[in-house]
Write a protein that binds this ligand. Structure first.
Ligand code: PLP
Length: 319
């Protein structure tokens, strides 16, 4: 049997008793992406595919102990944060990370921050007064920030930044720049909310040649490869995620999957990116691979429960 190295990745997030989102999803994603997963439970949720029934926050001292236990022993190569719930847990996480890496702040592993605010079922997973603290305390430590539209709007408006309408590609590109000014090194603004077509993306790109177009398996302007990637016509609906790095803006495209099996999609994407960063991939390549992983996990989801089913992590894409 060949044993390959599995870099360790840490999730600092909430537990989902139903197994579809949060820590449970993250650990499955880490394994499927060839990583060893460790976890710090910031909160426990009583949850299933129909929604969140209750939340129990871990005491800050216990969050601190979990984080120290992991960091003191396991060589963490990348990290992600998910549901952080309240001000005290955010401050605890930041303080422990800062003190653990105080001797060499540059050695802090890349941190992907998924600013989980509200579950699809409408339950608050981040207290409203914690939004500012997340921005001021955590974002300066963040390598990649991955909000969706509603999270971006909450965060930008809490900072007096007018969240220009994030209703088209231009608006997304502008908002990604505004989010970058809040302190993270890179921003991935997710575009699941936006209905657009491949053709519209091409038109946008013609007007903005500075914007790079990336897909996991085709080069944007090549129709033949486009068809091979499952885009039968240029009217085909695509999801566009905008990656903003200090150097450039890139649009990551993939075909929209018509599915309600999407519970834990945000957790999955951020955990997959953290896994790829742990493998040493760049933010561009890691994002492309993670989008492909998430797309396949939605496409191959197997119905479980009576509500929104979780993604399927058993399609194992081991590097
Ligand atoms: N529960 C926990 C613990 C989470 O971390 C998240 C997402 O990030 C959710 C629930 C939300 O899941 P969804 O909105 O995809 O159903």
């Amino acid at each position: 049997m060949t044993v390959t190295e599995q870099p360790a990745v840490l999730t600092i997030a909430g537990s989902d008793s139903g197994g579809g989102a949060g820590i449970q999803a993250d650990l499955k994603v880490f394994t499927a992406n060839g990583c060893y997963g460790a976890s710090v439970a910031v909160a426990l949720t009583a949850q299933n595919t129909r929604g969140v029934q209750a939340v129990y926050a871990s005491p800050p001292a216990f969050i601190e102990q979990q984080l120290r236990s992991v960091l003191d022993d396991i060589p963490i190569k990348a990290m992600k944060t998910g549901m952080l719930f309240d001000v005290s847990s955010i401050c605890t996480v930041v303080q422990v990370l800062r003190s653990h890496y105080a001797k060499d702040p540059e050695s802090i592993p890349p941190l992907v921050c998924d600013p989980v605010c509200v579950s699809t079922s409408g339950h608050n997973l981040l207290q409203p007064d914690a939004v500012n603290v997340l921005v001021s305390e955590l974002l300066p430590l963040v390598f990649l920030f991955t909000p969706n539209k509603s999270e971006a709007e909450i965060i930008l408006s809490s900072h007096g930044l007018e969240p220009s309408d994030i209703i088209d590609l231009e608006g997304m590109v502008e908002a990604s720049q505004a989010l970058l000014t809040l302190g993270p090194k890179n921003v991935l603004l997710k575009g699941g909310h936006l209905t657009t077509t491949y053709n519209e993306v091409l038109k946008f790109r013609a007007a903005r040649p500075d914007v790079r177009m990336v897909s996991t398996n085709f080069d944007g302007e090549n129709t033949e490869i486009l068809q091979a990637a499952g885009y039968d016509t240029q009217d085909c609906e695509v999801v566009v995620d905008v990656l903003r790095t200090p150097q450039r803006v890139a649009l990551f495209l993939h075909p929209r999957v018509d599915s309600t099996s999407t519970h834990g999609t945000g957790c999955t994407l951020s955990a997959a990116i953290a896994s790829q960063l742990a493998h040493g991939k760049s933010v561009n390549d890691g994002t492309a691979l993670a989008i492909e992983y998430t797309h396949t996990a939605i496409e191959s989801a197997i119905p479980i429960g009576k509500g929104h089913s979780p993604l399927n992590h058993g399609h194992a894409l081991i590097m």
